[in-house]
Design a protein around this ligand. Structure first.
Ligand SMILES: NC(=O)C1=CN([C@@H]2O[C@H](COP(=O)(O)OP(=O)(O)OC[C@H]3O[C@@H](n4cnc5c(N)ncnc54)[C@H](OP(=O)(O)O)[C@@H]3O)[C@@H](O)[C@H]2O)C=CC1
Ligand SMILES: N[C@@H](CC=O)C(=O)O
Length: 436
């Protein structure tokens, strides 16, 4: 498939010819990283994007070889005889899946950073890849520049991983760690968008869908569990406010978006959402776009992967590493995954934050509803200085089943003094195999 070129020593070497789909944050960074590598055996021959004139005037267009073809017709890349690997850096499910199927059917390798595609359509695509004898690599799809996918696929394939947990969305971590330092939610979200961390539709980040897709990809590799992303509960971070950081601090915690999955036979418990994380947990130490994934293995114990999970350059490094693997014809270990049922319920202590119009009897009413569902209160926190017309206070619970708690919260949410939907966050317990 690859072309051969004279290397000046009278011998020839293979050149891997790249057709790039998408010249945005990651695509243009990939062009820069490839150019900076000085690699003679990998060359961009085609770039597809809408509005090519605008893209050609991008500052990073100077890293693209002058002879490369810029096109607004995707067929010019998919059907090109001088494209060996299609590098897809656009995002989304359709029409991308169809385009990449065409590329694979034509015998081209594919490298992608598209987590939605790999989470939702990966199983079927891998079957096609196996039948065609080509490669489909997606190391950039989880944790940006952190080599968690190759690390798990290859480096941990000898262990039996039972649990993965951590931070896999850089935008949410950037937002929450900035809010912890006093920043405003919407302002910091805008900054994340400007810096190229957020998805095209940032609700994918803040509502947990991006992290959920990534968790499903990691579950397939590490837990060998094929799960439907739609079955994994995802809670938005958009309800988190400054008062939650103040109460969390009092509890020795901070707030982070955590993704976790734990396998037990044919069942898996999985969840994505903001959680209270003890300050002594490494997960609490990740700031900005840092991602952190902790795996727990039956024989190898805990392994931590950490680094920049979003942004053009870190992500382009992962793309470049996959392209190098294709260039060197290096094949990753791939173990089969089986379909498993997902349960979103976990037994854990929880943080409940209520905002109420104050009057006597509120704590008794809430305690009564919790007692009805068998939920035991651990503590009640109420900071002074808030007016009674809008009073935020917190109840923490003893370890309780999150599904049962959801029912109690639904009932409490209808009480007439409640000014907004109650916020219920899991509290991560460090070193407790059932909850951390
Ligand atoms: N940014 C990050 O930190 C990370 C991103 N990823 C993934 O990498 C992929 C790319 O992300 P990113 O570079 O940030 O996204 P961008 O939006 O910056 O880039 C996407 C590029 O594709 C082009 N494009 C999108 N749709 C079409 C279309 N229908 N026809 C033609 N061109 C199109 C866009 O053009 P236009 O400029 O006109 O919109 C843009 O140039 C996504 O799958 C993302 O999830 C993965 C890890 C980290
Ligand atoms: N929007 C994503 C980009 C990387 O996958 C994130 O913020 O993590």
């Amino acid at each position: 498939m690859t072309a051969k070129q004279e290397n000046g020593n009278g011998t020839t070497e293979k050149v891997l010819r790249v057709g790039l789909l998408g010249f945005g944050t990651v695509g243009s960074s990939f062009a820069e990283v490839l150019s900076a590598s000085g690699a003679q055996d990998v060359r961009i021959t085609h770039i597809f994007n809408r509005d090519v004139a605008r893209k050609r005037s991008h500052a990073r267009a100077r890293f693209v070889p002058a002879e490369a073809v810029w096109t607004e017709r995707v067929e010019d890349v998919l059907e090109a005889a001088d494209v060996d690997v299609v590098v897809e850096l656009m995002g989304g499910l359709d029409p991308i899946e169809g385009w990449l199927r065409s590329a694979l059917n034509a015998g081209k390798h594919v490298v992608t950073a598209n987590k939605q595609l790999i989470a939702y359509r990966g199983a079927a695509l891998f079957e096609l890849v196996a039948s065609k004898g080509v490669q489909l690599l997606y190391g950039a799809a989880v944790a940006g520049g952190v080599p968690v996918i190759p690390g798990m696929s290859q480096g941990l394939s000898g262990d039996q991983i039972t649990r993965i947990s951590g931070i896999v969305n850089g935008t949410c971590n950037f937002i929450l760690s900035s809010m912890e330092a006093g920043a405003d939610y919407s302002e910091v979200l805008k900054t994340a968008q400007r810096l190229g961390y957020a998805e095209a539709d940032p609700s994918a980040d803040v509502d947990g869908f991006d992290a959920r897709a990534k968790l499903c990809i990691l579950a397939r590799i590490a837990l060998r569990a094929e799960i439907n992303p739609e079955d994994v509960p995802a809670q938005s971070i958009s309800q988190i406010s400054a008062v939650d950081f103040a109460y969390a601090k009092e509890l020795g915690c901070t707030v982070r978006q955590v993704s976790r999955a734990q396998i037990d036979g044919d069942r898996i418990s999985a969840r994505v959402g903001p959680m209270l994380v003890p300050k002594n947990s490494p997960i609490a130490w990740s700031h900005g776009t840092q991602n952190m994934v902790v795996t727990s293995g039956r024989f190898g114990g805990d392994v931590v992967f950490s680094g920049h999970g979003a942004g053009g350059h870190p992500t382009a490094v992962a793309v470049m590493s996959d392209v190098r693997a294709v260039a060197e014809d290096s094949h990753a270990v791939r173990l089969p995954a089986k379909k498993v049922e997902v349960s979103g319920g976990v037994i854990a202590p929880h943080y409940l934050r209520f905002v109420v119009a104050d009057r006597p009897g509120i704590v008794a009413a809430i305690a009564g509803a919790l007692a009805k569902f068998g939920v035991n209160i651990d503590s009640i926190l109420q900071h002074r200085g808030f007016g009674g017309d809008r009073l935020p206070f917190v109840v923490t619970t003893e370890p309780s089943n999150s599904a049962t708690l959801d029912k109690a919260i639904a009932e409490i949410g209808t009480m007439d003094f409640m000014l907004e939907a109650p916020l219920c966050l899991q509290i991560l317990v460090v070193d407790d195999p059932d909850t951390d």
